[in-house]
Design a protein around this ligand. Sequence first.
Ligand code: SAH
Length: 360
Amino acid sequence: MIGQKAAETMEKTDIKSMTREELQEAICGMGEKKFRADQIYNWMHVKLAAGFDEMTNISKAFREECKEKFSYTALEAVRVQKSKIDGTQKFLFALEDGNVVESVLMPYKHGNSVCISSQVGCRMGCRFCASTLDGLTRNLKSSEMLDQIYSITRITGERVSNVVVMGTGEPLDNYDNLVRFIRLLTDENGLHLSQRNVTVSTCGIVPGIIKLAEEGLQITLALSLHGATDEKRQELMPIAKVYSINELMDAVDAYFARTGRRITFEYSLVAGINDTYEDVEHLSKLAGKRNCHINLIPVNPIKERNFRQPDQAYVAAFKNKLEKNRINVTIRREMGRDIDGACGQLRKRHLEEGKEDIRC
Ligand code: SAH
């Protein structure tokens, strides 16, 4: 019986992932006027309705018809944690199929930023990352990426001005849903977030970066570098065995040439692995000739691995040396230290409930 219900749901079209034009076509196909589609689109993407029943200017009969034809993604928070230190909030959302994903709301002076997940789990296998330990379960739909933001707004009443796709998952491994998500999020008839306020972080899938450069988007690309030579990168990231740093740099150069957007290089500092002064020199060579910015992230240790952060003074010295080489660099401020700040942790703890507490 449950199986049958699931099968019925699967046949329905995911309405919140549809573009305005696609929705207009579908609604007109149901014998309604185009403006009806625009009303529904507005309810979903501007008023952030949690279901068809909130759409009070649509007749009850047509709402019922819509329920038959479409599935409606509205994520429910199963856990919310708020940091007493900096106001960061973490949300664990339940998906329709029982999976869970997490998102983070970070209040900054310049506005609220939300970090979203792009997949349930991840198959990239970066050695220091908690989100990849159990592999990939599935891609998120565009609507499931969108509704992490919409749901946070519904719950908190806070306006979101920045979105970073830096939670669980590799966004370029879920390319089509990602691009559709960005177009919906930045659509002038929807929430209309500025594309310049959207950042996509990738472990470095070269064909994905090249394709993304051609989409005509003004989003920021963040590249998880973590090593400035192929050898060092390969120690931390399996993807580095597929694409060399040379190929990666060609791809980010193409991205910059096409979009004019400055690239961010993320560099997780791992004590004794990628934090030597020789690493500074290699990193400076890569960054020096590019319009880029380096974000240093002292690694968040996870219990499954032995990685440690260099101490604070050492991180500052690493930064200073880069600055002496005229590189733009910042150290990422750690948010929500008291609430399992690092990505993948809340979800993992939830899944292992009852087992040993996870700290990373
Ligand atoms: N898959 C994408 C986005 C998700 S991870 C990517 O690789 O970029 C977001 C960022 O957090 C990446 O730079 C990732 O390498 C980094 N990260 C993951 N686990 C971390 C940890 N334990 N400590 C520090 N940085 C980590």
